[in-house]
Design a protein around this ligand. Sequence first.
Ligand code: CUA
Length: 609
Amino acid sequence: MKVSILLPLLALAPMAFTGCNSDTTARQQKTAAQNASAAQLTYVAPGKLDDYYAILSGGQSGSVFVYGLPSCRFIKEIPIFEPRAALGYANNPGSETYKRLAATGPLWGDTHHPVLSQTGGRYDGDWLWINDKANDRIAKIDLRTFEVAEIKVVPNIQGAHGLAAYLPSCKYVFVNGELETDHAGNSTEAEKYRSLVAFLDAQTLETKFQVSFVGNADIASSGKDGRYVFVTMYNTENAVSSEGMIERDRDAVGAIDVPLAEKALADGNFTKINGVPVIESEKVPGVLTLIPVPKNPHGCNVTPDGKYVLASGKLSPTVTIIDTKTLKVIAEPEVGLGPLHTTFDDRGNAYTSLFVDSQIVKWNIAKAIQGADDYIVDRVDVHYNVGHTKAAGADTSHPNGDWLISLNKLSKGMFLPVGPAMPESQELIDISGDKMRVVAAFPSLPEPHDAVMVHRKVLEDKVVQTHHLQANAVKLGEEKVVRNGSKVDVYMTCIRSKFVPEQFEVHEGDEVTVHLTNVETVRDMTHGVAFSRIGINVGVDPGQTVETTFKAPNPGTYWYYCTWFCSALHLEMRGRMLVKPQGAQLNEYLGPLAKEDKARSVQKESAYE
Ligand code: CUA
C-alpha cells in the first residue's frame, strides 16, 4: 500500500526539480567540481612519475600488465606463458625463451594471482610470482628487469589456482589445486579424487612437498607467523557437478600447519608421487584443519596484523572471521550479496568486493568482532560485477591505506564499443578518507583477476638501466662466423645503427645460430632483429645477449633488419644472410663491409657519367 502511493511521487520528483533552473545549475556545478577534483587526484603530468606500480594478472592473455597509479597509464606487458613477437619473447622455436616455455607446456596460459616477495612484512621489490591455472605452472619474474626468470610445472595438481608466499620468510610459494583428480592412480573414478596444496621452493620453483586431501582448494593466503597457511574450499562435497558442489550449506577454510608438514617430510611420513613427496592429510593428524564456513567460500585474506583470516562467503552474504591462532570462527558479519574478496587499509578496515551487488563495502573489523551495529562504514558502486579487489600493500603487514583497485568482470557501456566483447574494466578508488570515492576507470586486455600495488620507492633503485653483460656476450670487434660442418654460429653485435656482421654466408639446410649482443650502454636503446621470410624476430635490450637457432632456407638473399626504431639510421640498420646451394664455395667473414660497399658505389657513379 505504502509503496503504491510513494512510487508515483518519486517518479515525479525529478521533473519537479528540473523545472527549477538554479537547482540544475547548482547540480551541474557540483558534478563539474567533483569531476575536477577526481581528475586532480589522478592527473600525473607528462614526464612525471606515478606513485605506484599496479601489477595486474593478464588472465587468458598469459601475461602480466603493469600500470602506473594514480594515472592509470599502461606501462608494460610482461609476456610469460604466451609468445610476444614484439619483444622477441618465446616466438622463435630456436630461442632460449621459447625452449624454456615449450619445455613446460603449451604456448599460452591463464594467469590469476600476482604475488610479491616480502622481507620483514614489507614488499622488498625482488620477485613476482604468478600462476598459470590452465597448465599448472608457476613463473617467477625478476623485478630488476621485469622479465621471466623461471617457469616450472607443478606435478600432480590440476587447476593451479590460489597462489601465495609463505610468510614471513617467503621460503615457499604455495599453490592450490582447484580441480580434483586421482593424481596417485590416474583413475577416472570420482570417489578417488583428491586435491593438493603444493609448496614450492620460492627461488627454484621445485615442488618440495604437497599436502593432499578430499575436497578442493581455491584461494590462498598465508598467516604472518610461519605457522599456518590458509585455503578456501568450495567443494568439500568432492562433487563433479555444479549442483553437487553447492549441496552443503557449509564448506571450509583449510589451515595447513607448515612446520608439522615439514616434520612429516623429515620423518618420511609421505608417499612419493611423480617424484614429489605427498603428505596425506588423514595420515598426519593436525596437518590440515578444516574450519566450517558458509556455503562455497571464495576469497581468503589474512589481516595485516596476522590475527585473522577472512573467508568471503560468495553464496552467503557474510565474511567469516577466523582467529589464526585458535582456528576458531569468531564472527560472521553480513556485508552484502556475493562477497568475493577482502582487502585492507592501515586503519583496521576491511574492503570486500560484492559481485552481485556490484559494490565495494568498507567495514570495520574490530567493530564486526564486537558485534557493534555500525561496523559497515561505507559502500560504493562499481561497474560492474567486481571480482578481486586490492588495496595498496594489503598483502603486507603495512598497508598504504590510500588506493584500492576494483577489478570488475564486466565493463558494459564504460568504454567505446568495440564489438560484442568489451574490454575488462578496473576502477581506482580513493580510500584515504572515511568515504570511498571512485576517481577513475581504465580498461585492459582480458582478463585481470587480481592485482598487487607496490610503491615506486620500493622498486626505483632496483630496476636496472641495462643488462649486465653475461658470459656469452659478444664483444665489439670480436664478431665472427664459426662453421662446424652444417652448424654455423654467427656471433653478432648491434649498436646504433649497425649490425656486425652485416653479411654472412651459409649453405641451404645449415643449422644457423645467431648470438646477438646489444652492446649499447644506455637505457632504452633496445634493438631487435627480424629475418625476413624466416619467421625470426628477437628483441635485445642494452647489455643483453639473445640466441636463436633456425634452419637456413632455400638459396637466396635474406635481409635481416632492426625492428625497434632506434635512430635516424634505423632503416639502414640491416644486413644480409646469403644462402648458397649445398657444395657452393662460401666466402669467409672478414669483418665490416664498408670498404667493399664504397668500391661498389664508386663503380655505380661512374656508370652514370
Ligand atoms: Cu636498431 Cu632500429
